[in-house]
Ligand binder design. Structure first.
Ligand code: MN
Length: 237
């Protein structure tokens, strides 16, 4: 299967013609059409010493795998119209679906984003248009990092911190509980996430125990700013 993507086109070549997605999720970078896990683009230990191999393996192959599997079950059971089996429809109508759909759909999308926005040895800070936008909306990169870090620290219990593109095209910081995300109709602050940080304890407890602040601080070392920049560029193109 080959996937081609740009902002207005979403063409998927597949032998399973009946399952072709016809909706145009203009704000979502598609990953896997059938909501399978995308293979991790690096080894379990690639993000050492900032994120340890054991955490990565359990996180990807147990936690995230379960979200993918349960999301597919929920879709099969609840979304009978094939052209509605896409993030755009499901997230923007999430209150119509079960908590299984909400928790696992969010869980799958959020983790797919998470793996993609990390990378060993990438750029240390945003580049290009994204860097300019961060300066415009936050003052500078360090202020954005501080706001994002605060959001991640202050998210009580399990959840995520986000850098999002708002409906007016600006940048903003938010956080969501559990596996919610800013694409969901239930999110208090909505937008297109281009950077997300998992602050569930399963994301850091083996290495950092209760020290969420230390995990967040170290995580900045593995952010894939090229990918975040590409997501930003795709949304403003
Ligand atoms: Mn997680």
């Amino acid at each position: 299967m080959k996937t081609y993507w740009n902002r207005r086109k979403f063409i998927i070549e597949t032998s399973k013609a009946a399952a072709i997605i016809t909706a145009l999720p203009s704000f979502v970078k598609p990953t896997n059409q059938f909501f399978d896990q995308t293979p991790l683009p690096y080894n379990w230990n690639a993000l050492e010493p900032f994120i340890d191999a054991a955490t990565m393996e359990i996180h990807y192959s147990k936690h995230a795998a379960a979200y993918s599997s349960n999301f597919k079950q929920a879709i099969e059971a609840e979304v009978k119209e094939l052209n509605k089996r896409n993030y755009d429809h499901i997230f923007s109508n999430i209150e119509r679906y079960s908590s299984k759909m909400r928790n696992n759909g969010g869980g799958h999308y959020n983790h797919e984003l998470f793996w993609s926005i990390m990378k060993p040895g990438g750029a240390k800070e945003p580049q290009g248009e994204l860097a300019k936008a961060i300066n415009t909306y936050f003052g500078d990169f360090s202020k954005m990092k501080k706001m994002f870090t605060d959001a991640a620290l202050q998210q009580f219990g399990s959840g995520w911190a986000w850098l999002i593109i708002t409906s007016s095209g600006g940048l903003s910081i938010s956080s969501t509980p559990n596996q919610d995300n800013p694409l969901m109709s239930v999110a208090s602050k909505q937008g297109t996430p281009i950077l997300g940080l998992d602050v569930w304890e399963h994301a850091y407890y083996l290495k950092y125990q209760n020290k969420r602040a230390a995990y967040i601080e170290q995580w900045w070392n593995v952010v894939n700013w090229n990918e975040v920049g590409e997501r930003f560029n795709a949304s403003i193109a």
